[in-house]
Design a protein around this ligand. Sequence first.
Ligand code: APR
Length: 237
Amino acid sequence: MVAGTGQSGNLVILSGAGISADSGVPTFRAADGLWEGHRVEDVATPEAFVRNPELVRAFYDARRAHLGTVEPNAAHLALAELERRWDGDFLLVTQNVDDLHERAGSQRLIHMHGELNSGWCLACDTRSPWAGAMGQGAACPSCAATGTVRPDIVWFGEMPYEMERLDEAVRNCDLFVSIGTSGAVYPAAGFVQTARYVGAHCVELNLEPSQGSIFFQETRIGRASEIVPAWVEEVLA
Ligand code: APR
């Protein structure tokens, strides 16, 4: 493993909304972000779902439908190529609930905040692929109960998925790369501190310095669809 970069060693990449921005998926904290017109507490908490499941399902139904109109961009494609050619351990952790990484070809991928294309039945505790609208309370494909399926999204106040596996990967990484995330939401925002603690080289690729920028040895500023392919090309050169 070459110090900093190279084609081997353990690589962990964290992606956030900024990587999908160039595909036309709105970010969360931009002025035109998804929360515009919706308070977080009204659509992205377990309490909101209990209070008004129709509103919450409709919010995510609209986002799921929008996925059908967008395509992976050059940044998603470059990360899939990097995964194919990387010799060491590789893990892509995304906070995004869209499916653009997998559509670009990424395989070693964890959706730590859940997925729009998944429904979670609270009656039988089964997660099922979900393509259409949940509407007023579609039936669970597994147990047939109605009104019991929620979007399989990790809401505020809930524990992200696969935290043990993620923690282990970050603790063992040599290179940690953060792409398109504001560093505002923990625990993902804390990965860089763990990576630094274990001696990893940390690189940030973002449109602007994030809240965690001071922890990265290297920050490159620009649009993900431009700076990610350029960085991947350098790493694979
Ligand atoms: N290229 C690169 N970075 C971009 C681009 C772009 N084209 N456009 C925006 N960005 C950057 C912004 O500057 C910002 O720093 O991407 C970041 C997006 O930040 P957020 O909107 O806060 O998204 P994210 O960090 O993924 O949010 C984390 O918060 O609301 C929760 O669960 C939700 O997963 C989400 C989590």
